[in-house]
Design a protein around this ligand. Structure first.
Ligand SMILES: NC(=O)c1ccc[n+]([C@@H]2O[C@H](COP(=O)([O-])OP(=O)(O)OC[C@H]3O[C@@H](n4cnc5c(N)ncnc54)[C@H](O)[C@@H]3O)[C@@H](O)[C@H]2O)c1
Length: 424
């Protein structure tokens, strides 16, 4: 019998995870959807052959029903994770909720506390953990191949076109509508650093700002809209015409409209937010930010998020007492050098669908297994989930105030479950 799931939010991420039901129907079945957009909702009804009484236009309506399946996937926007997740947990569902868990750290704690009191089956959309790339690196570290970790540098290369799409014109452009950039984009990078270093972070500081995607950087000859008389449109790397009206109708083009014909896309650019000049939007999130970490046993780390890269990828370099590990996630290749020895190149295989170097597939597969086996989420995973949000919040506070933040100050009572692990 497949694990039966309900999807709350049939947007991009809801569709990505649901594809697992088409890929492995014996493992997972989509039995219900809650989605206000009628076109998206109807496409779910068709794709997953949903019964009329299992199709809802909001999460409130879906969760007003008595529990009717095994798990709920909460794939709504950042500020709409908390409500459906806490209610679904209270109704006894296992829940996969997209990242960030919530832009509010106290809400993250409430969710974890509720999971501990109820099903203890709460997973966060931390897809990076499930990439063969990170899993292999973790295994190499566990095998002590490079000795003790002294430093990790992690570069989050957002890519100029992706940044323009999501963080200038799109859903994550303003911290009041979504969350600060460092939380929206990088909460799972904080998680990866904690997962790999396996030490408590004691201090954090951060620098960054919005420098480029602002009115004062608008080139002469540019206009409010790419399709209405802009004189530099043809040479502008952010031209909506070149980003959205070409051959590609996959992600991210697929998110601007449900009608992906040329006419449909042109209409979406004219009427929606994605045709706007990137120098004249209502965005406020930073376009580059660096975070510095101090860990309790002396290790340090840096995390750099930047819009100004060609490729959308992550690059990591781990410096150990006996060697170093480096790699680029999207290339699925890891370089391992033990001091005094030749560099070994290790290839890893990405999984079969989704983005994030196989992480989308790996995560939904792991969630379904956890639900089937009624396995509980590890306490240490809960701690890392919480700490990743707290560190992102402190990094943002440091960026704004210019101060180095002490991390321990907010991790004592009443968060007793955080103290259950003792020193690591
Ligand atoms: N894990 C990752 O790597 C990753 C990657 C991208 C996005 N995300 C996160 O995933 C989440 C979803 O992103 P997305 O790109 O799929 O967004 P989206 O806008 O494509 O999808 C969200 C959907 O929720 C629906 N919705 C709105 N109100 C609702 C309600 N009351 N009840 C039910 N559904 C409702 C919207 O109509 C929309 O279809 C965001 O929080 C985002 O930050 C995570």
């Amino acid at each position: 019998m497949p694990v039966q799931v309900a999807i709350i939010g049939a947007g991009d991420r809801g569709n990505t995870y649901s594809r697992y039901a088409l890929h492995s129907p014996h493992e997972m079945e989509v039995v219900a959807v809650a989605e206000p957009n009628p076109v998206r909702r109807e496409s779910f009804v068709q794709n997953y052959d949903l019964a009329d009484d299992k199709v809802f236009s909001s999460w409130e309506d879906l969760l007003a029903q008595p529990k009717f399946c095994d798990a709920v996937l909460v794939t709504t926007q950042d500020q709409m994770h908390y409500g459906p997740t806490i209610q679904a947990l209270r109704q006894g569902y296992a829940v996969l909720v997209e990242k960030p868990m919530s832009p509010n750290v106290d809400e993250c704690l409430n969710l974890i506390d509720t999971a501990l009191e109820t099903t203890q089956q709460l997973m966060l959309g931390y897809v990076l953990r499930f990439t063969p790339f990170i899993q292999k690196i973790k295994q190499l570290l566990n095998d002590n191949i490079i000795g003790d970790i002294r430093h990790i540098s992690l570069d989050v290369n957002v890519a100029y076109w992706h940044f323009a799409h999501s963080f200038v014109r799109g859903n994550w452009r303003r911290s009041d509508l979504a969350s600060p950039m460092i939380l929206a984009k990088c909460c799972h990078d904080f998680d990866i650093l904690l997962h790999l270093i396996n030490q408590r972070c004691t201090q954090i500081s951060s620098f960054g700002s919005l420098v480029h995607f602002k009115q004062d950087k608008a080139p002469p000859g540019s206009t409010e809209h790419c399709l209405s008389g802009c004189q530099i449109e043809e040479s502008c790397p952010y031209s909506a015409k070149s980003l959205y009206l070409g051959e590609n109708i996959g992600w991210p083009v697929s998110t601007i409209t449900q009608d992906l014909s040329l006419e449909g896309r042109r209409k979406a650019l004219k009427e929606g937010p994605y045709g706007r000049c990137v120098y004249r939007c209502d965005n406020d999130v930073v376009d580059h930010q660096t975070v510095l970490f101090q860990f309790e046993k002396g290790a340090t780390a840096t995390l750099t998020m930047s819009a100004f890269t060609k490729n959308l990828t992550r690059m990591i370099r781990i410096l150990g007492s006996e060697g170093e590990i480096s790699g680029e996630m999207e290339k699925n290749e890891i370089h391992v050098t033990r001091f005094g020895e030749l560099t070994e190149r290790i290839g890893v295989n990405p999984a079969s669908f989704g983005l994030h170097a196989g992480g989308d597939f790996g995560l939904i597969q792991a969630f379904v297994k956890q639900v089937r086996e009624q396995a509980r989420t590890e306490l240490q995973d809960f701690e890392n989930i919480f700490m990743s949000h707290q560190l992102a919040a402190l990094a943002e506070e440091s960026r704004i105030t210019g101060k180095t933040m002490e991390v321990n100050s907010r991790t004592g009572a009443p968060y007793n479950w955080l103290l259950t692990f003792g020193p690591r």
